[in-house]
Design a protein around this ligand. Structure first.
Ligand SMILES: Cc1cc2nc3c(=O)[nH]c(=O)nc-3n(C[C@H](O)[C@H](O)[C@H](O)COP(=O)(O)OP(=O)(O)OC[C@H]3O[C@@H](n4cnc5c(N)ncnc54)[C@H](O)[C@@H]3O)c2cc1C
Length: 449
């Protein structure tokens, strides 16, 4: 019994592992390095293309709950992420190279997995999982358009720049984690403080800086970028687009100063740019939330106006990319298979889950379900009170008219009279405990072998 998995990114790697662990013979196709995407930089499986953070690890945060569930379900990628973790406060940030290497090593050494480095340009007739991601190759995209009978929906995403640690000016910048006031000078994050004058000068330069023109395929949707911010990947908007929403927009995110005190003034700065460690060696740091479409020379000019980054050495500039996803509620059943072709599954961003951990979760569910389909077993349908169950339910049942990729959030979980009476933080704790209890009960009844 063979299963083809197309795409060795986050979802495809997890899906291949889950199916192989259940005794299915998996053939995994990854097109890199012979053909690459605009965002990937290596030939490694499970490459993290932008931030090195998989989001919160705290169980009373949506993303933390998602990961707690993934651990209980035996996710390979979360296991590899935990083993490659870097200091990042309550978040799970990883050394990206170490993470991908671990995943690749595990997949290569699995006796049920064969890996081919080649592009698949046709939709397979035999059982398969499509996990080709937001940057699905042109040939397969064309075939998907024909197969689904409607166009992909294109939108945009952007990568944040990375700077050399040694080029940060620590006479101005300071280390601190948000809300940890007794350890200013020691935290995981580097903070570049701006006063009101610095901020206004920076804002003006940012808004008026030159941007890359959009390429033909990126303007495919009506009106392209000028049609409004909805055309961008919702959670990852370019900093210059956020900036143009209002004079103070950046001080709410990503330049919010709350919970930070500049040790040189003893006061909260007017605005802050945060830098987060990007590699285990601690030599590279990314500008948190500074995804951008400015030209490279403008990035150098404008971002060097940030106090502490006057001499910043840019190891990678920010960039903007196409993102593609299917109208899943129209086409997929609750198990992530095409309604019109049982046995053909979709996983990851192409199916409409958002965020690294969300795509890993989607890959896990698709991998288990494809294996169960081949083995004649009932599908994995997690309770909608769990974060993964709610996420998969959403992408397969949402209103298709305005469907957008969805990340883990507590708003997806069903409310009760009891939860509505609770304060926000207590409510989240309640949701989290309920999810983990319901997941444990589900697994007791439905052994995941
Ligand atoms: C530029 C960019 C930045 C992003 N930044 C973040 C971020 O910071 N944080 C976050 O949580 N999420 C981010 N995302 C969203 C998303 O979480 C990631 O894209 C994630 O990697 C998606 O997982 P995936 O498995 O669906 O796709 P991918 O990880 O992209 O994997 C798809 C794989 O399929 C391969 N492939 C494509 N077509 C073919 C084919 N025809 N044949 C064979 N192989 C093929 C690709 O080479 C790739 O390896 C970003 C997305 C983009 C595009």
């Amino acid at each position: 019994m063979k299963l083809k998995v197309i795409g060795g990114g986050l979802a495809g790697s997890e899906a291949a592992w889950q199916a192989a662990e259940r005794g299915v013979e998996v053939v995994l196709y990854e097109m890199r390095p012979s053909l690459t995407t605009d965002a990937h930089r290596t030939d490694k499986l499970a490459e993290l293309v932008c931030s090195n953070s998989l989001g919160s690890n705290l169980p009373n945060r949506a993303s933390g709950l998602l990961k707690a569930e993934l651990r209980k379900l035996g996710s390979l990628l979360i296991d590899c992420a935990d083993a490659s973790a870097l200091p990042a406060g309550g978040a799970l940030a990883v050394d990206r190279e170490m993470f991908s290497e671990r995943v690749e090593k595990k997949l290569i050494s699995h006796p049920n997995i064969t890996i081919f480095r080649q592009e698949i340009g046709e939709i397979p007739e035999s059982p398969a999982i499509l996990a080709t991601g937001p940057l699905t190759s042109q040939a397969l995209s064309e075939q998907l358009k024909i197969f689904t009978g409607e166009n992909h929906l294109y939108f945009f995403d952007a990568i944040a720049p990375i700077v050399d640690y040694d080029s940060v000016n620590f006479d101005i910048a300071f280390r601190a984690d948000r809300y940890v006031y007794d350890k200013v000078g020691e935290g995981d994050y580097i903070n570049c403080p701006l006063d009101k004058n610095d901020y206004e000068t920076f804002l003006k330069a940012l808004i008026t800086a030159d941007r890359f023109p959009l390429r033909e395929f990126e303007i495919e949707i009506e009106g392209g970028v000028d049609a409004g911010n909805d055309t961008y990947f919702q959670r990852c908007q370019p900093v210059e687009v956020l900036a143009s929403r209002g004079d103070r927009a950046l001080t709410f995110w990503p330049m919010r100063p709350v919970g930070l005190v500049d040790p040189k003034t003893g006061r909260r700065p007017f605005a802050v740019v945060q830098l987060r460690q990007d590699t285990l060696a601690g030599d590279l740091y990314n500008l948190v939330g500074f995804q951008t479409n400015l030209t490279f020379s403008e990035q150098r000019r404008v971002f060097r106006m940030i106090p502490g980054l006057e001499n910043a050495k840019f190891e990678r500039f920010g960039q903007m990319h196409r993102n593609a996803f299917l109208s899943s509620p129209k086409m997929l059943d609750a198990n992530l298979a095409f309604r019109k072709r049982p046995g053909l599954f979709v996983a990851g961003q192409l199916a409409g889950t958002e965020g690294y951990a969300g795509n890993i979760a989607c890959g896990l569910v698709a991998g288990v379900n494809a294996a169960h389909y081949l083995l004649g077993k009932p599908p994995l349908q997690l309770p909608v009170t769990t974060m993964i169950g709610a996420l998969i339910h959403y992408i397969t049942h949402a209103n298709p008219d305005d469907f957008q990729p969805m990340k883990a959030m507590f708003g997806l979980l069903p409310q009760t009279d009891q939860s509505q009476r609770l304060k926000k933080i207590e409510r989240y704790e309640y949701y989290s405990q309920r999810a983990l209890t319901d997941l444990a009960q589900y697994l007791e009844v439905n052994a995941l072998v």
